[in-house]
Design a binder for this molecule. Structure first.
Ligand code: SF4
Length: 354
């Protein structure tokens, strides 16, 4: 299926995280974060493997102590995608993480302490080509900014830019920025504002967005609205769930906006004209095609032959239910009539016909 519209991206600088280029000239990248204990290398490596299988391209790990920083030595050797160390407060952990092979840091220099400590981290980041993501969210606005702006887009952005200036004052510009909030409107407002004020790539997310159902909705609206405006270069869907779910949702957000190619399944909502177990059939089609996520086809599962093929004429393949039988169609043209219980098998035959 051809995408009728392409979204033009906000122009950004390009930075490199390991082998991956980040910025408006490059594809939007999916990130996630492990929820294992980083020092438990076995569990962490297993989870990273699952995330990669699901389509994760960059993974972030919490580094709250030296044990975690040391574990990075093993993890970064084993893993092919870039690892980002998430650091708060302790500059030594940042330096250890860089020395142990991480490809990026998530760190706010404003949290690190003296300018000497900041300089030390930046020195290592420069030597090892390690970019830094500054991440300010609605809960971590610097106190003096909070008293001036309150919890607002201006406050989040000013706090982020203050951190950016610390890096820039030390001649460091390999920067990515995030300005998340748990409120969707605040997230959107903050990203819109910072998009006007800098050229650095932006990492999108709605923070603490909730459990799978609510979190998927909030993230899709927040991340999706911004991407639709051309804002955003990497994304993370935050869910209180298995991080693999985050990656699956992120992938679908990108597909829905035409930023990622691959399998698209469309299905009708069913109505009084439906005479086949369409909800069940749609699930079967989804399950059978799961291993072919990257196949660039659109498959339609429609309830009736009156409207089905016509409404889904953009689809490459599809089925439409009748009374006792159903139709297989290709690009809106009916190619076969088969009994209802054979519809899914016949659809697969058509899709995989050599
Ligand atoms: Fe109803 Fe047919 Fe439309 Fe499905 S395709 S919602 S069955 S009219």
């Amino acid at each position: 299926m051809n995408f009728p519209q392409t979204i033009s991206r906000r122009h950004t600088k390009t930075i490199s995280i390991g082998d991956i280029k980040i910025g408006s000239e490059y594809p939007i990248i999916i990130q996630s974060m492990c929820n294992t204990k980083t020092q438990d290398t076995k569990s962490t490596l297993n989870q990273i493997h699952d995330l990669i299988q699901a389509g994760c391209e960059i993974v972030r790990l919490a580094v709250p102590d030296l044990e975690s920083a040391n574990a990075l030595k093993i993890i970064t050797k084993e893993v092919k995608i870039p690892i980002i160390a998430d650091i708060h407060f302790d500059y030594k952990l940042a330096i250890e993480s860089i020395k142990n092979g991480v490809q990026g840091l998530r760190l706010n220099p404003g949290n690190i302490g003296s300018s000497q400590k900041i300089k030390k981290v930046i020195e290592y980041a420069k030597d090892y080509n390690t970019p830094i993501r500054i991440g300010v969210n609605s809960g971590s606005i610097a106190k003096h900014i909070l008293s001036k702006y309150g919890v607002s887009a201006e406050g989040i952005v000013e706090s982020a830019l203050e951190n950016v200036r610390i890096l820039e004052d030390n001649d460091f510009d390999q920067i990515k920025i995030s300005v998340k909030a748990s409120s969707v409107p605040l997230t959107i407002a903050a990203y819109r504002l910072i998009a006007q004020k800098t050229q650095y790539p932006l990492h999108l997310g709605v923070t603490e967005s909730g459990t799978e159902f609510i979190g998927t909705i909030k993230s899709s609206i927040g991340i999706g609205s911004l991407l639709a405006e051309g804002i955003g270069d990497t994304i993370r869907v935050s869910l209180t769930d298995d991080p693999v779910r985050e990656v699956l949702v992120a992938k679908e957000i990108l597909k829905a906006l035409g930023h990622k190619k691959g399998l698209q399944i469309i299905s009708c909502p069913t109505c009084g004209r439906t005479n086949i177990p369409l909800i069940e059939l749609a699930k079967q089609v989804e399950d059978r095609l799961k291993p072919y996520e990257n196949k660039e086809i659109t498959v339609a599962v429609m309830g009736c032959e009156v409207n089905g093929p016509g409404e889904a004429k953009e689809a490459d393949f599809g089925i439409a239910g009748g009374k006792e039988e159903g139709l297989i169609f290709k690009k809106g043209v009916v190619v076969k009539k088969v009994p209802a219980d054979k519809l899914v098998d016949c659809l697969m035959e058509e899709i995989f016909r050599k």
